[in-house]
Design a protein around this ligand. Structure first.
Ligand code: NB4
Ligand code: NI
Length: 203
């Protein structure tokens, strides 16, 4: 199992590299990698085990964070009580994921984002697409295409960013404060001032 000592930290060049396509059939090693990443998330979300192994809780983990530059990430979203529309939590080991479409509508977690690979705190909104369609393969090579919104969509975008060498704080607008907003998810209009890409046109 992975422990915090196995997690690569900001400054390690692998976190800034483009990951490589994973070939099929999957090697035993690549399969193990996917399973171990999901295991980290499961253990870290169990309060007792999280404490026991001194982990930082995670809802997603990307291969570069365990030192492997391959297009693979695990996502495990806990049920969101504040979002009754979210029928079931999203759980997937995603291989070669590609975002095939994303909404113009933006959303951000009001609490900002934290990353297991970034020890420093970076307060501020991380504007992302509110909805995405992502295509990926599972460990058996089966192809999946799913539409995600809100919280799961934000997590998947954070993980896919890792696979392309991007970290969450790259998206934070350093010139705009983020105080005073209470809603959990915000439309692009509400957080317009925090969005650095001024070309994004609200729908
Ligand atoms: C990935 C997330 C950062 C923002 C939002 C959140 C936590 C991470 C990083 C979007 C994706 C990991 C991967 C949490 C967390 C809420 C739900 C359920 C019970 C504890 C858990 C805590 F831990 N981010 N950490 N950061 N990353 N929510 N929750 N709770 O997961 O760096 O690239 O277990
Ligand atoms: Ni991260």
């Amino acid at each position: 199992m992975y422990l915090m000592k196995d997690i690569t930290r900001d400054g390690n060049p692998i976190l800034r590299q483009q990951s490589e396509t994973v070939p099929y059939p999957l090697s035993a090693e690549d399969r193990k990698l996917g399973q171990k990443m999901m295991q980290y998330l499961e253990i870290s979300q169990d309060p007792e085990q999280c404490e026991k192994y001194q982990l930082r809780a995670g809802v997603g983990l990307a291969a570069p964070q365990v030192g492997v530059g391959k297009l693979m990430a695990a996502v495990l979203t806990p049920p969101d009580e504040d979002d009754p529309e979210q029928i079931s939590p999203f759980k997937a080991i995603m291989v070669n994921p590609v975002i095939v479409s994303s909404s113009v509508q933006q959303a951000a977690l009001t609490v900002g984002e934290g990353c297991l690979s970034v020890d420093k705190e970076f307060p501020g909104y991380v504007p992302r697409s509110d909805r995405i369609t992502v295509h990926y393969q599972d460990l058996d090579g089966a192809e999946h295409q799913v539409r995600l919104k809100h919280y799961p969509a934000i997590i998947v975008q954070h993980e896919i960013d890792h696979l392309h060498g991007t970290l969450f704080y790259d998206h934070i607008d350093k010139n705009q404060p983020s105080a005073g907003i209470e809603a959990k998810f915000l439309s692009i209009r509400a957080i317009k001032s925090a969005i650095s890409n001024k070309d994004v046109i609200p729908n």
